[in-house]
Design a protein around this ligand. Structure first.
Ligand code: SAM
Length: 222
C-alpha cells in the first residue's frame, strides 16, 4: 500500500495511507499524541502506581518506532529497566524511516532512532543498559503470550479501517498477555472497542484525549 510522508499539527511527521484515508498517528500532532496517550497515561501512570525496577511493555503496531523511541528516551531519565516488545506485520523500510523528523524535533540522537530500526527482528537487543528491544514480525491475531507484560501500547489503525483488530478475540489475547494489574492504553475511545475490552474482563476508564480528541481509553486487568 502506498504511504505518503505528512506533517502533523505539531510539526512531527506521520505516514498517510491514501487508499484508506488513514494515518499512522493523529493529524493533530504525532509526537503530541504519543506523549499524551502512551507516555503520560501509560508509562508514567504505571510507574506512579508501581515503583518497580523493571517494566515490560508490548506495543501493538511498531510502525515508525516513535513510541519505542519516546520510551527509550524516558528510560534514560528513570531508574527503571524497560523491556520493550514491538509487534509489527509490515515493517517499514529504512529509506522511509530516514525521512522522519522525530529525533530533530525531540533534540535526541538520530543515531539511536536509526539503531532502533536497524537492529535485527526476532532478537532481543540492548539499545542501552536501561532499554531492551525485541521486534517481532507477527500478526496481532497470532499473539499467544501469557502473563508477560505490565503495559500494552495498543496502537493499531483505527476501527473504521481495521474493525477486526478492535474485537473481543484481540482484547482477550491482550488480557492474557498482561500480568495481573497490567494496563493497556490506546488513543481510541470507540464504544464498541470499550465494550469488547470490558467483556473480556478489563476495567476501562475514559480519559481526556490527546490534542484534537476528546477521549482515550485506559484498560486495567484488575
Ligand atoms: C497506527 S500504525 C502504528 C503506529 C506506530 N505505533 C507508530 O508510532 O508509528 C498501525 C501499525 O500496525 C501494523 N499492522 C496493521 N495490521 C496489522 C496486523 N494485522 N498485525 C500486525 N501489524 C499490523 C501496521 O503496519 C502499522 O505499522
Amino acid at each position: 500500500m502506498e504511504r505518503i510522508l505528512l506533517k502533523t499539527a505539531d510539526g512531527s511527521h506521520t505516514l498517510h495511507i491514501p487508499e484508506w484515508g488513514e494515518q499512522y498517528h493523529s493529524k493533530h500532532g504525532a509526537i503530541a499524541e504519543a506523549l499524551h496517550v502512551f507516555i503520560k497515561e501509560g508509562l508514567h501512570h504505571r510507574m506512579a502506581l508501581h515503583q518497580a525496577s523493571e517494566i515490560c511493555i508490548m506495543e501493538i503496531g511498531f510502525g515508525t518506532g516513535l513510541n519505542a523511541f519516546l520510551t527509550y528516551l524516558e528510560s534514560e531519565k528513570q531508574d527503571t529497566i524497560i523491556r520493550y516488545t514491538g509487534i509489527e506485520a509490515y515493517p517499514l523500510g529504512i529509506p522511509e524511516i530516514e525521512k522522519l523528523n522525530y529525533s530533530t524535533l525531540l533534540k535526541a540522537s538520530e543515531e539511536k532512532f536509526r539503531e532502533i530500526h536497524k537492529v535485527p527482528w526476532e532478537q532481543t537487543c540492548e539499545i542501552s543498559p536501561k532499554f531492551e528491544l525485541l521486534k517481532k514480525q507477527q500478526f496481532f491475531s497470532d499473539i499467544k503470550t501469557e502473563d508477560a507484560f505490565h503495559l500494552i501500547f495498543f496502537d493499531a489503525f483505527g476501527i473504521r479501517v481495521q474493525p477486526h483488530l478492535w474485537t473481543e478475540s484481540i482484547f482477550q489475547a491482550m488480557f492474557t498477555s498482561l500480568k495481573k494489574g497490567g494496563i493497556l492504553v490506546t488513543y481510541a475511545a470507540n464504544g464498541n472497542a470499550r465494550r469488547a475490552m470490558q467483556s473480556v474482563g478489563f476495567s476501562v476508564e475514559r480519559l481526556p484525549g490527546p490534542p484534537g480528541k476528546k477521549e482515550m481509553l485506559r484498560a486495567t486487568k484488575t
